[in-house]
Design a protein around this ligand. Sequence first.
Ligand code: IPM
Ligand code: MG
Length: 361
Amino acid sequence: MTAPLRITLLPGDGIGPEIMSVAVSVLKQVAEQQNLEFEFTEALFGGAAIDETGAPVPEETLTACRQSDAVMLASIGGYKWDTLPRSQRPETGLLGLRAGLSLFANLRPATILPQLLSASSLKPEVVEGVDIMVVRELTGGIYFGSPKGIFETEDGQQRGVSTMAYSSSEIDRIGRVAFEAAQKRSARLCSVDKANVLEVSQLWRDRITALSADYSDVELSHLYVDNAAMQLVRAPKQFDTIVTGNLFGDILSDAAAMLTGSIGMLPSASLGESGPGVFEPVHGSAPDIAGQDKANPLAQVLSAAMMLRYGLSQPAAADQIEQAVLTVLDQGFRTGDIMSEGMKAVGCQGMGEALQAALST
Ligand code: IPM
Ligand code: MG
């Protein structure tokens, strides 16, 4: 038995606690089988933290995260907190967590599973075999640039300002993560920017191009973001790894996610230079179905697998979880969001039980 792996759990809001509970039971079962020991600590985050402490990411939560080996987050937000001032909103807490742990690299895979081909809104022949990794810069760009704010102008108007800015070192470090990710995949990297209009994007393109000299085995291409959005829905199979800034990555990763038919299936990893990563589903807190045992826990479970692979260096345990997900899909178990004719409808807990059964065979 090795040293216990310390995992901070942030169940958050909406469907968060339900899907987290499934992922934790899966992890516990895998721990027994792989002879691993996990030490779970739960901390307040998002709306749940606002209700208890007034802040979406309390200092205590950040400390717990920093002291752990990995952080597993479910989802945050809901109608209840939508009208609070921006500084107290759950979304601001998420940005605070990313910045507080220096998680500059966000990996968002979008893989079509053959079992769910019909769930996509695009034609099967367009999406069959799609396997894309979006590498999104996460602690810079227009989300964090200054100046920002709503200012009063001299002529009595209001003026909203956000600033898209990247320094060369910020571009280089996300670029390296992306080139290395591409090396482990099909060695094709597409960098997305708006260099025909934005200076910040010109620097982005120049730096990524210069970096490519260090990665001669990776084939680099560039697309403007509007064209990239179009290509993603027109011919998504042309993409392998995509690297882009914070805002473009936010938008394109949602589009890539939807190619797969269910955003309820997609995990993500947010990583820094060192220290714990945060692993979370791409989807939100779905307050409309919270507490009704309807949520699809598979993105959370696959996030636990990403945590094992990228955060805790436990690839065998990660493989085991990913295999169990494929098995339950092969067995026909489906939550409402991925349901199709002839399949077996289950709720969140039912899917958890199916996973446990798959893991124990
Ligand atoms: C995401 C989300 C967040 C973002 C929001 C909730 C702040 O859309 O993780 O993609 O914009 O980064
Ligand atoms: Mg988003």
